[in-house]
Design a protein around this ligand. Structure first.
Ligand SMILES: NC(=O)c1ccc[n+]([C@@H]2O[C@H](COP(=O)([O-])OP(=O)(O)OC[C@H]3O[C@@H](n4cnc5c(N)ncnc54)[C@H](O)[C@@H]3O)[C@@H](O)[C@H]2O)c1
Length: 339
């Protein structure tokens, strides 16, 4: 039984507490939040969990095996560093930090101490996202041309990081996982209307190896919750809609079948369509399951079996470097920046 301390019981922390307090493979021994009001709510739901307002209480507790950090991004580095220095395994929420040097330092600390450092890139544990990766690995789409990702909602509006750090961290982790590589360059523009200097909406394009483009439309200032992704390959195309719980993935047997050079003179609708192939649309079966539960189970497995996490510090640092390039590009009015 792995004994866990969860630091941060705001909007997201309670989901981590629920999943880790299963008393099968792990139990939450402590919840820490500097807001005593939040702790009172935890006490009502889980009277058996010990509570503290100072993270130092758990960092010094020799019976705590792992610290799970669900506080704002700006606090991740200091808390993760302290936990690793205290010999704890660490699961820190995404993004690991907003600075790649700090992220790398955490990786070195974890490997030096022989501790697991995992980051909550929860979408990598989403069964639909994993199914898409299988389809890509099996060559179902052929060569990938581009990926378009839309992630919008109204809120939550952050003040310590912009929408790219908060939301695009999910998309970059998914794109890296699917494509098996990291972006080479990024160009982006963003707008800040609610809090000066904190972008509410970001439109970014990432250039990956093999001429793959990944486009991101990110906003916490939008009327509708959207999580839609389109992948276009030279053999097939695919859509992923995370809001469609039962049938998130659709594979379109569509492609451009012939490219004639020079293009023939075509002026009829029928002959134009002849150069485009439109076959069946199939809906691959995707197992139902809570991605966060899979993430939490994976963290415990990594501690027990000593295996490297799917979303470890190194993978997370790659996401941070991409987001740093997005940030630089936004400050340079959209100029393409190397990652
Ligand atoms: N994986 C996901 O899908 C997902 C979803 C939401 C949030 N998150 C991540 O979770 C983290 C927290 O987000 P949230 O929406 O819960 O934020 P939040 O602001 O609602 O909650 C943060 C909590 O941390 C507490 N806190 C802050 N600094 C602290 C400190 N130094 N010591 C102890 N407690 C402290 C605050 O009192 C608050 O209760 C962020 O990194 C965010 O990116 C991830």
């Amino acid at each position: 039984m792995i004994r866990i301390a969860v630091v941060g019981a705001g909007q997201w922390g309670p989901n981590l507490i629920r999943n880790f307090h299963n008393r099968r493979t792990s139990e939450v021994a402590w919840v820490v939040d500097r807001d005593a009001g939040r702790l009172e709510q935890v006490r009502e739901r889980f009277p058996d969990i010990q509570l503290a307002t100072d993270p130092e209480t758990v960092m010094a507790d020799g019976r705590t095996d792992a610290v799970v950090i669900a506080t704002p991004t700006s606090t991740h580095y200091a808390l993760a560093r302290r936990a690793l220095a205290g010999g704890k395994h660490v699961l820190v929420e995404k993004p690991i930090t907003a600075d790649s040097t700090e992220a790398e330092e955490l990786c070195s600390l974890a490997s030096g101490a022989g501790r697991v450092l995992m980051v909550g890139h929860v979408f990598v544990y989403n069964p639909g996202v994993q199914r898409v990766r299988q389809l890509l690995a099996a060559g179902e789409l052929g060569r990938v041309y581009y990926v378009s990702m839309v992630r919008t909602n109204l809120g939550p509006i952050r003040v310590d990081v912009n929408a790219a750090w908060d939301l695009a961290s999910h998309d970059v982790s998914v794109a890296n996982y699917w494509l098996g590589s990291a972006p080479l360059a990024a160009s982006a523009v963003g707008g800040s209307w609610i809090n000066p200097g904190v972008e509410d909406a970001v439109f970014a394009t990432l250039r990956y190896p093999n001429d793959v483009l990944v486009n991101l439309h990110i906003s916490w200032l939008s009327p509708r919750k959207t999580r839609e992704i389109t992948l276009v390959g030279d053999r097939r195309m695919l859509t992923f809609d995370d809001m469609n719980l039962s049938e998130p993935v659709r594979v379109y047997d569509k492609q451009v079948t012939e490219v004639r050079t020079p293009a023939p003179y075509i002026d009829s609708f029928a002959s134009f369509r002849a150069s485009l192939r439109e076959g069946d649309i199939t809906i691959p079966k995707v197992a139902l399951g809570e991605p966060l539960k899979a993430e939490c189970d994976h963290f415990v497995e990594c501690i027990v079996d000593g295996k490297p996490p799917l979303t470890g510090g190194r993978e997370a640092a790659t996401v941070v470097r991409a987001l740093e390039a997005v940030q630089r590009s936004m400050r340079a009015a959209g100029r393409e920046e190397p990652v």
